[in-house]
Design a protein around this ligand. Structure first.
Ligand SMILES: Cc1ncc(COP(=O)(O)O)c(C=O)c1O
Length: 440
């Protein structure tokens, strides 16, 4: 994108610099002085920027949009709830159990649940509950996974600056300053699909491992997925060690299947976190799982504390009720699956035309695109893919009216409204974008 293509956006950014660090409300929205996007409106599978440029959007706000932007079926439910009932009162409503019941219908291994306002909060609640239940401290996480912006989860493997030709492991670094070293004390990091690394951690500190926290399909790492065997290994090692398995389904939940990744793998978590697709863009999140574990949330010195002013507010819950009902009763996810497959066919034809080795990772509803000869098995493998070419390609797609994150670690998200995308147009746009990426 050039600055001349969105002068109004540039003026909005200049003004916003007076009010917010980087001129944005969330640092990841800052794409530089020329390319930061200001949106005027959203509808279906598209967004329109402040200069009137329309984009077919495969970024979908990092995943929450599952039906489409401004889906009237969801919006009407929210409007009637807040106009007829209200938003929050600091008391319970019948809607709380209505939504949990819906989740339980879709995800049969959820026995009890609590709500949260963001994926981060849901993860905090699940981890605290697991620690309270097991009376242990340590949490095992997977390289390339992302579990929200709270200090303990803001340590990452520095694969960007890692030399993949060595045997050295990537350094673990914080997401910037302000994160005390002490928050790392109880965190253990393993590469995905690496059985030996998992065994090693459990042999070394197993007695203090409260839980493994994993995105079984890494929605923050190009949809690189656990193998079936690895998922079973996680379940078995947790069971034999008295640890809990927490599946972070903030991105995959109610998206990759009605029952999320647990339906795909047939492996059950003790606790699961949800957010994003649960409310089609309204801010709702939850964590839940085995009743015995969740019932550790109680008063008293041996109880886990959970709550919050906005927890289970009726805006969020009415959106969740409408969205989950639609996902349960319609073929929306089947439609999404087909559209995602069709789009991958289009992209595959384009890449093949240019002789580019490529692999797709993950399910059709949120697939990763990797330029290389193998599907990456973990974050370190991702480093071997040609992510620079992907970024050039993505920037050209954006110039040509296709919005996505210009980083191959972020998957392509599909929503039901994408069924109207003109695939012939997309093929032309992808062809031009790849041509220009290869011939700058
Ligand atoms: C798997 C996963 N967990 C947790 C989070 C944090 O969610 P939120 O941004 O709603 O706090 C995210 C956000 O992208 C996520 O993808």
């Amino acid at each position: 994108m050039t600055s001349t293509s969105h002068p109004k956006g540039k003026a909005l950014l200049d003004n916003a610099h007076k009010h917010m660090p980087l001129g944005v409300a969330d640092s990841y929205r800052y794409w530089g002085e020329q390319d930061t996007v200001f949106v005027k409106s959203m509808k279906g599978g598209s967004i329109t920027d402040s200069d009137g440029n329309v984009f077919v959007d495969f970024r979908l706000a990092y995943g929450p949009i599952i039906l489409g932007y401004r889906d009237t079926r969801v919006d009407q439910e929210v409007i009637s709830t807040i106009t007829e009932t209200g938003t929050i009162s600091g008391f319970s409503t019948a809607l709380d159990s209505d939504v949990v019941s819906l989740v339980k219908t879709l995800c049969p291994n959820i026995e009890k649940m609590r709500f949260a306002n963001s994926g981060t909060e849901a993860v905090i609640g699940a981890v605290r509950t697991a620690r309270g239940f097991t009376n242990r401290n340590k949490i095992v996480v997977v390289e390339g996974g992302f579990h929200g912006l709270y200090d303990e989860m803001m340590w990452k493997s520095d694969v960007d600056n890692w030399d993949s030709s060595t045997q050295a492991v990537p350094e673990i670094i914080p997401f910037g300053v302000g994160i005390p070293e002490s928050t790392r004390e109880h965190l253990e990091t393993v590469p995905l699909n690496d059985f030996a690394a998992l065994n090693e951690v459990f042999e070394r500190v197993g007695h203090d491992i409260a839980a493994i926290v994993i995105e079984p399909i890494m929605g923050n790492c190009g949809s690189i997925a656990s193998s079936q065997e690895y998922m079973q290994k996680l379940r078995d090692i947790c069971d034999s060690n008295g640890s809990l398995l927490i599946m972070d389904e903030v991105k995959t939940g109610f998206r990759v299947a009605k029952g999320g990744v647990q339906e795909l793998y047939g492996v059950k978590a003790d606790l699961t976190t949800y957010a994003k697709a649960m409310g089609n863009g309204y801010p709702v999140a939850a964590f839940g799982g085995r009743a015995e574990v969740m019932d550790k949330i109680k008063f008293g010195p041996d109880g886990v504390t959970h709550g919050g002013t906005y927890t289970a507010n009726m805006i969020a819950l009415s959106a969740a009720k409408a969205t989950l009902t639609l996902l349960k009763d319609t073929d929306a996810l089947k439609t999404i699956d087909k559209v995602g497959a069709d789009i991958q066919d289009v992209l595959a034809r384009v890449f093949t035309k240019f002789g580019i080795e490529h692999k797709f990772a993950g399910p059709n509803a949120m697939f990763g695109v990797h330029f290389g000869s193998e599907v990456p098995q973990n974050y370190r493998d991702w480093k071997k893919t040609d992510s620079d070419l992907y970024t050039k390609f993505a920037h050209n797609l954006i110039k040509n009216g296709v919005m996505l994150e210009p980083d191959s670690r972020e998957p392509w998200f599909i929503c039901e409204a994408h069924q109207t995308v003109d695939l012939a147009w997309l093929e032309d746009v992808a062809t031009c974008s790849m041509h220009d990426a290869l011939n700058p």
